[in-house]
Design a protein around this ligand. Structure first.
Ligand SMILES: [Zn+2]
Length: 407
């Protein structure tokens, strides 16, 4: 899937501008109960057009017909305040081929973020053509034209990867002798929280990979898959790495949010990646207990922590230079440099922060002395590129950590 980046420039110029009503990072939304969408089928034109949200990860709160071929879709967040990242996902069935225009209504929450994706089977996705996409610079609202086939068309903000697919991916890795699947707890809605333990020996050197605290962040998920598959792969490098290092992977920390079609929060309406000082959420608390215990039992040290997310472009969120990790000093900077050297013409972007905010990166740094990175992948980065970078990121990380092992 290739999206011409220039097409998105006008969108980004608006989208990146902070608004006065943006929630501060630490807003506590626990008292703001989530609003469930009604699961239903909307029917129009004598049942020749049906639209539904009856599947995991769907998000459609309302649909109205304005004129023969024009409709407005209402998309609401689980609660507020919330980041301006409207997630939408629904399925359309049409008796015949036809063209409809859809206006997206996110109420006061603008601008639109994701370039729409379509699929005829819910598995294989492509972006809609830019000619079919419209964006109002003044209001930040979007609309798009859909060329409906006779039959089903899935429409979503990004490719849908629901909890069932993630569990299936976890099981596909669980078959290797050096990978153990560990259920370390349950989400608020009792979905299993799973970690993969990758490594052949009982090592004392740990790496941790976190993913999907934020449900719609699919490109981060794709990068995580590629990185983990490389660590779990058949190369000499990966084999050596698995003898010396144990990698703990949590492929989906927020399964409720994923399946509820949430924009950002868990089933209790909280942003998990703002809970790493308080541990007031079942998912972060379960991870904290499990991970702290694993480190303690193995008398292990944590060398590197990666937390995968998506944003408007590829960027690494790192620590400012004065924040030097105890266990692998300067690992992140060496790693970023070697990724840059391994991928021709890749100008790596990074942004540096302190360690104060209640996000996972800071917890790994403060609690375990590990260097830690928030690995952000662009919403529109070409999917093959996302995978390639994930693989290279894994290779360079393994090389650096093994090299440091020897010295
Ligand atoms: Zn995120």
């Amino acid at each position: 899937m290739i999206i011409p980046p220039d097409k998105f420039n006008k969108l980004k110029s608006i989208a990146n501008k902070p608004l006065a009503n943006d929630p501060p990072n630490s807003t506590d939304t626990r008292s703001r109960a989530i609003r469930y969408q009604q699961k239903r089928i909307w029917t129009f034109d004598n049942d020749t057009l049906k639209v539904d949200n009856l599947f995991a990860a769907a998000r459609l709160n309302g649909l109205s017909q304005n004129s023969e071929n024009t409709f407005t879709a209402l998309i609401m967040p689980e609660n507020e305040p919330i980041n301006r990242s409207p997630w939408f996902a629904f399925r359309i069935w049409s008796a015949k081929e036809r063209i409809i225009d859809l206006k997206m209504n996110y109420r006061h929450i603008t601008p639109h973020r994701y370039h729409p994706k379509i699929s005829v089977d819910g598995v294989h996705w492509k972006s809609i053509d830019f000619e079919d996409f419209s964006f109002d610079l003044k209001t930040g609202r979007a609309g798009f034209r859909l060329h409906l086939p006779a039959g089903e068309l899935w429409v979503a903000a990004q490719e849908i990867i629901d909890s069932k697919q993630v569990y299936a991916w976890i099981n596909s890795l669980d078959k290797f002798s050096y990978i153990k699947k560990i259920k370390f707890g349950l989400s608020h809605h009792k979905r299993p929280l799973i970690a993969l333990n990758i490594g052949t020996e009982n090592t004392k050197k740990f790496v941790v990979v976190l993913n999907r605290q934020h449900p719609p962040e699919i490109t981060g998920h794709l990068a995580m898959e590629s990185l983990v598959e490389t660590i779990a792969g058949g190369t000499d490098l990966a084999r050596k790495f698995r003898q010396k290092f144990t990698t703990i992977v949590v492929p989906m920390l927020n399964p409720d949010g994923v399946d509820l079609g949430h924009w950002r929060h868990n089933a209790l309406g909280a942003d998990l990646n703002r809970d790493w000082q308080f541990f007031r959420q079942p998912e972060t608390l379960a991870f904290k207990k499990f991970f702290s215990k694993s480190i303690k039992q193995n008398q292990a040290n944590l060398y590197f922590a990666l937390d995968f997310h998506s944003t408007r472009e590829d960027v690494f969120y790192v620590f400012r230079p004065e924040f030097i990790a105890q266990n692998a000093p300067h690992l992140t900077q060496k790693w970023i440099k070697s990724i840059g050297a391994a991928i021709p013409n890749y100008k790596i972007r990074q942004e540096a922060f302190g360690s104060d905010s209640p996000i996972s990166r800071n917890w790994f740094f403060r609690e375990f002395g590990a260097d830690a990175v928030t690995y952000e992948v662009g919403d529109d980065t070409d999917r093959k590129t996302v995978k390639m970078k994930g693989r290279v990121a894994a290779e360079e990380m393994m090389k650096l950590l093994l090299k440091q092992e020897k010295s």
